[in-house]
Design a binder for this molecule. Structure first.
Ligand code: ADP
Ligand code: MG
Length: 836
């Protein structure tokens, strides 16, 4: 079994490639110029494409044909116009050029076909897919993704901390060129785990460069040249200073680096605009000025640390060190400020520019290739099926050179033999007699991931297939507990009681990948064979407590009536299995148990799929919700908010109109645009702070119900003790319920309260009477059949006079059946077809 060995840090500003070999990592140098870092910069010079340092230098000559920081646009539909070629390149295409250039750093003739590429911890599925695509475009057949803070930690702990001193909690603070990431890491028994992370994908050294330009350079330039319009025109596309802007950014960066060593830095360039003589400009900026300038930005990063602490209930003294990585942490002020304001020791022994690549290589050195070695991995084609089950126990990581492995067999036939062998042939137990429990010391290779397989043979020496026969032990290195999911993965389900749909979480944020889950959902309506109606399985990424339309769609399976073999009946089961691999491939399998049909999809949301019917449905749902909210805020006399909501409503209505003209066969991009606009409107709506999210509404309902029950419990003195006790238990067993953000838990609790309230009415005579009086007070229009209701209310009156509790209860039940459903007035949405 071969390991991947090669790792790439595909950075916003700089990229590197490194290789793991025999317990050590080597960072490759550019054969031209001998530098390890390759600027993630692409220049187009006529037909020629230049990548790296030369491309960067070209900025001064022809800035409009040089592209950088495209990592910030990964996964978006942004296209870069290349003026010299008059064509467009996507962020994926440009990234692929950087990756190809890195490949040229490798001296071997044999270029790797599998690679580990790092990504910011906060990259969503689309961004991950875009990165993988860039890898494939660069000629890598297998791309494994690794989150940057994990990579940095692997480098730090494998190279700097090979002792027990590493046990505990750590922070990794990565301030690079374009992104800021902070991760909370725990080390426990040589196993590393990313507990939580925070960050901003739009904060880094380039932002500091921009600040230097606008706040330190431009005022001086204005003074020197007397041009008053410089600041307003400087970053205008096709404006008079467009070229100058790029040149100044470059100068600012150089000066910034200079200020990491010296107290002052020179700014020197030629000021050239059309129709004027060129002039040389020269002045200095100081470290003091610079530090004052960036202070708010650095404080902003500190706020993220606080957020991480708050969310995980951690105090600074519990953190051993903050490990600083990323080029911008070279700035002395950054180091000082972080240390001083957190009180946590700052550790900058990891090389800030190479740590991520080095870690990626360590990871690659432990990662088995899945591509060409597949056949070698499963040599047991002759193995026959058996129902033998196997459970293996061992330490997954160790500093020892041998490990004790125990195995438990179930359904073991008599007279079997077994053999444990290391994949590289370095150890073999030989053939031994099998027992239900076996134990074996296996020999390990140093600083490597050791892989063994257990094989079982029956008395005729035929190999028996057994599950879980692979053993993986990491010797010497820190192994990784796993990569985490940056956002909740949800499925959209119907909440027909509230005439809306909600996001039900499948995998919560920070769950360890890979993940797999099977769930059963009931159909919320019947879908007829051959009809145009469809069942929609919508997988979302984002936050479980917001409405589905405000989350990102990863993929949709639309099962249309014409695809059905028979009607799909209301209440029948749909079995849905969702799998996410470590590199974030998402696959969904849906089995309609009623029609016995199965649908498989691998979601690759780089090719954004949008269902038009779904889009229309979402817009309608959104409109309903906005309408409801407007009514609500008007009740509270909040006219300002109502007017704001009206604006949103107008946009929403316009989108509904637009969407009604979409056709499935349309060739244009209109549906993508509408989808984007819908998300924007939805996000705007959910950010208004209406607090009428499904979760908030449920909490409000619970609170009102509880208040009501508390009041009646105080007021009525004929409530039996056992019922009072039941209420107390109900509250005591759910002490944290109001803190929950889980719609389903809240709903469950509300139902319990509701049921309890019914019990009171059923069992407490004075409460039933109160309730009956309430029913009497309702207007005639509250009932579907006024006459019948009138008659029942008269009967009830008599039963009440006779103080006949049971008779009154029976009559009340009949009256309830006559009550109109309050919801019927609102336009009903259709929903996904999946019940909650
Ligand atoms: P990324 O991971 O985003 O590609 P890096 O970690 O390589 O970025 O950091 C690049 C950033 O670090 C750039 O903005 C660069 O200007 C900045 N940088 C590099 N060296 C220094 C230095 N000596 N002083 C200040 N900033 C630096
Ligand atoms: Mg980086």
């Amino acid at each position: 079994m071969e390991t991947i060995d090669y790792g790439i840090d595909l950075g916003t500003t700089n990229s590197l490639i490194a290789k793991y070999s025999k317990g050590k990592v080597e960072v490759f140098k550019n054969p031209v110029g001998y530098k390890e870092t390759l600027p993630s910069c692409v220049a187009f010079r006529g037909e020629r494409i230049i990548v790296g340092d030369k491309a960067r230098e070209y900025i001064v000559k022809d800035p409009l044909n040089v592209f950088s920081a495209f990592k910030r646009k990964m996964g978006t539909s942004e296209k870069y116009l290349i003026p010299s070629l008059m064509t467009y390149y996507s962020p994926i295409g440009l990234s692929a050029m950087v990756l190809k250039e890195l490949k040229n750093f490798i001296p071997e003739v044999q270029k790797p076909s599998s690679i580990v590429i790092t990504i910011p911890a906060s990259f969503d599925t689309v961004q991950c897919n875009a990165t993988k695509e860039a890898g494939r475009e660069a000629g890598f057949e297998e791309v494994v993704l690794l989150q940057e803070p994990i990579a940095a930690s692997l480098a730090f702990f494998n190279e700097k901390m090979n002792d027990a001193g590493s046990l505990g909690k750590w922070l990794v603070y990565d301030l690079g060129g374009g992104t800021f990431d902070i991760a909370l890491i725990t080390i426990d028994n040589d196993e590393m785990r990313v507990v939580d992370h925070e960050g901003d994908n739009f904060l880094g050294g380039v932002d500091l460069d921009q600040m230097i330009v606008t706040q330190l350079i431009l005022p001086r330039l204005k003074e020197i040249t007397g041009k008053g319009d410089i600041d307003s025109l400087i970053n205008q596309r096709n404006g008079p200073y467009e070229k100058l802007y790029y040149i100044l950014l470059l100068k600012a960066e150089e000066a910034k680096k200079e200020l990491s060593i010296n107290d002052t830095a020179e700014i020197e360039f030629t000021f050239e605009i059309e129709g004027e003589a060129a002039r040389d400009i020269y002045f200095e900026i100081t470290r003091v000025e610079f530090e004052k300038l960036i202070e708010p930005k650095i404080d902003y990063t500190l706020a993220f640390i606080q957020k991480l602490f708050d969310r995980n209930n951690i105090a600074p003294y519990e953190i051993k060190n903050i490990i600083l990585i990323g080029g911008s942490t070279i700035i002395p002020y950054v180091r000082k400020r972080i240390g001083e304001s957190t009180g946590i020791p700052v550790n900058f022994s990891a090389d800030p520019s190479t740590a991520v690549a080095v870690g990626a290589a360590y990871y690659a050195g432990a990662k088995i290739k899945t591509l060409p070695t597949k056949l070698i991995e499963t040599p047991n084609e002759t193995a026959i099926e058996s129902d033998v089950q196997l459970q293996v126990a061992y330490n997954k990581t160790t500093k020892d050179m041998e490990e004790y492995v125990t195995a438990l067999f179930e359904n073991l036939p008599s007279n079997c033999t077994y053999r444990i062998a290391r994949a590289d042939g370095g150890y073999d137990s030989g053939i031994k007699n099998a027992a239900i429990k076996i134990g074996e010391f296996v020999m390990l290779k140093a600083n490597a991931v050791n892989i063994f397989t257990i094989k079982l043979y029956d008395e005729l020496n035929t190999e028996l297939a057994i599950p879980n026969a692979k053993i993986e032990i990491t010797q010497g290195l820190f192994s990784l507990y796993g990569q985490t999911l940056p956002e909740d993965i949800c499925i959209e389900v119907d909440d027909m009681n509230n005439n809306t749909t909600i996001s039900e979480v499948i995998f919560a944020r920070n769950s360890i990948l890979p993940l797999k889950k099977t769930m059963f959902k009931e159909l919320s309506r019947t879908i007829k064979k051959g009809s145009t109606d469809s069942l929609i399985i919508n997988i979302l990424e984002g936050n479980q407590s917001v409405h589905p339309s405000a989350n990102k769609v990863i993929g949709v399976i639309e099962i249309n009536g014409s695809m059905l073999e028979s009607d799909l009946v209301f209440g029948s089961d749909v079995e849905i299995t969702l799998e996410i691999s470590e590199s974030r491939e998402i696959s969904v399998n849906a089995v309609l148990t009623f029609t016995n049909q199965s649908f498989n999809h691998i979601f690759n949301p780089m090719e954004k799929y949008i269902s038009i019917s779904k889009l229309r449905e979402e817009l309608r749902t959104l409109r309903n919700e906005i309408n409801r909210s407007i009514e609500k805020v008007l009740e509270g006399d909040d006219y300002e908010k109502a007017s704001f909501l009206n604006d949103i409503l107008e946009v929403c209505n316009a989108l509904i109109k637009d969407a009604s003209t979409l056709r499935e066969a349309d060739m244009d991009e209109r549906k993508y645009q509408l989808e984007e606009q819908k998300r924007r409107v939805a996000t705007q709506y959910y950010n208004v702070g209406l607090n009428n999210s499904p979760v908030y509404e449920k909490k409000e309902k619970i609170q009102n119900m509880k208040l009501h029950i508390d009041q009646v419990m105080n007021f009525h003195n004929d409530i039996p003790d056992n019922i009072r006790e039941e209420y107390k238990i109900l509250l005591d067993t759910n002490p944290e319920i109001m803190k929950s953000t889980n719609h389903f838990n809240l709903n469950g609790f509300y139902m319990k309260l509701d049921k309890f309230y019914s019990k009171l009415v059923y069992n407490v005579p004075s409460m039933l009477i109160n309730h009956f009086v309430y029913l009497q007070g309702l207007p005639a229009s509250a009932f579907t059949n006024e006459k019948a209701a009138r008659k029942l209310l008269d009967q009830g009156e008599k039963a009440m006079e006779k103080t006949n509790h049971n008779e009154l209860l029976a009559i009340c039940k009949k009256i309830w059946a006559e009550l109109k459903d309050e919801q019927t007035e609102i336009e009903k949405i259709k929903g996904t077809g999946l019940g909650s």
